[in-house]
Design a protein around this ligand. Sequence first.
Ligand SMILES: *Cc1c(COP(=O)(O)O)cnc(C)c1O
Ligand SMILES: [Zn+2]
Length: 500
Amino acid sequence: MRVEDFAPADQKLLLPQPGGDLVYQCLGCGQTHGIEKLLYTCPDCGQVLLIEDRNFDRLKAVPGPAWRRVFDLRRMLNLPALSGIFRYHELIAPVVPLDSVVYLGEGHTPLVRATARLREAVGQDFCFKNDGQNPSASFKDRGMAVALSFINYLINHRGVGKILSVCASTGDTSASAALYAAYLAPKVASAVLLPLGKVTPQQLSQPLGSGASVFEIPGVFDDCMKVVEHLADNYQVALLNSKNAWRIRGQESYSYEIAQDLDYDVEGLAVLVPIGNAGNVSAIMAGFLRLLDLGLITSLPKIVGVQSHHADPVFRYYQETDLAKRQWRPVTVQDSVAQAAMIGNPVSMPRVMELARRYDQRAGRPRFFVVQVSEQEIMDRMILANRHGHIVCTQGGESFAGMVRAKELGIVTEGDYAILDATAHHLKFIGFQQMYFDNAFPPGFGVTPRPELVNAPQQVRAAGLSQFPAPGKPLAGEAFQDFVKATAEEIARRLGLEAR
Ligand SMILES: *Cc1c(COP(=O)(O)O)cnc(C)c1O
Ligand SMILES: [Zn+2]
């Protein structure tokens, strides 16, 4: 539908008006800083930032049900700028005018309910939210769409010149950053830093294909991050890691979509999300809090962060239930199949601490939890899900394994409806599936394949044939017919097919 096709009363809020008074708010000293300069950490104390709208209360003039209606009507509106995560413009980045919104098809990923067999197998009703169906095949596109839309706005309307964007990455951030930057070329160029040998070949190919400058650095992600921070502190570059608070804003859309897709009824909901650098889990909590503030929802879902025992600093922190004894300690990571979450010193930890505190406080009871799973469980669960028609990557397997653990611990209960974040597309991490099928995991992972989950191609070379077709050398006549018949019979034999 076009704007003029809507009832006049509905047209009023259909197109968002630029507004809001957005500032960077420091999570350390509490100072606020203007957004006209790109900031990643507080210039006063060095702590990470969140973006707050000092004029957020203006949105409360519109009651919750009216906001629901606005967002539902925008579903029907054919306008690219409002077709992705900017459907929730007022909640995401109201300072960005629609002409600067970059839309590459991100957001609105499906909730796919687990099959009856899978639900019965684990005794829980649940679904996957397939964030691998974003343009660069991970949820990172949500945040990147906002970060690049804001940069586009600075270039279009604020006289900012050409920008070089940089990020460190476990693979998906760089794929996303390079994609969105390429869309804005030549106004924006991108450089990405990757830990050598610690991203998959598919993830490495993505920024290369987008034309980014790709640098491979010895060490793990945490080392790359320090180099990128040095670059951002000392040179004219735009940092696109989740230190960039605009990305957190964009990733809040994950919560908005869940609420909208469930008709804003989030009672009894539990959301399971893998934690790496902890940007996503922060954003999901911030998103639900914002919806509650505006009266779009009336309760807060449980949020369950999941970490592998090979990279679990957030889990360890929250393990300590005595608040006085709780102490933040980064960990040294070990090899993990959930490679995109293999981070020992998450940049967004101060955001998690702050948002989890606010979240539990608003709910009036604990609603934020962190569980730990093994590498073995991650792989087994990923493959099991994919065998039931899902598209789950290793991190999605981590969400699944996390749900099972959360059930054991009584965090997720039978009456809950669980949403599992399948954070990237399965194909990005396909090498881990192959290692599982080949029983080829290096000992450090500690993964042994379960025979019933292993699969391999079978070569068929029917016995009794003297000639086989080859590329560029087709068979003809009787030889071809013999080949077709013998091969089909051999396959039928192996499958145990009955003749008709
Ligand atoms: C980045 C990423 C994560 C971890 O998210 P954080 O926001 O860093 O906690 C998990 N899964 C995938 C596929 C990712 O790309
Ligand atoms: Zn500060």
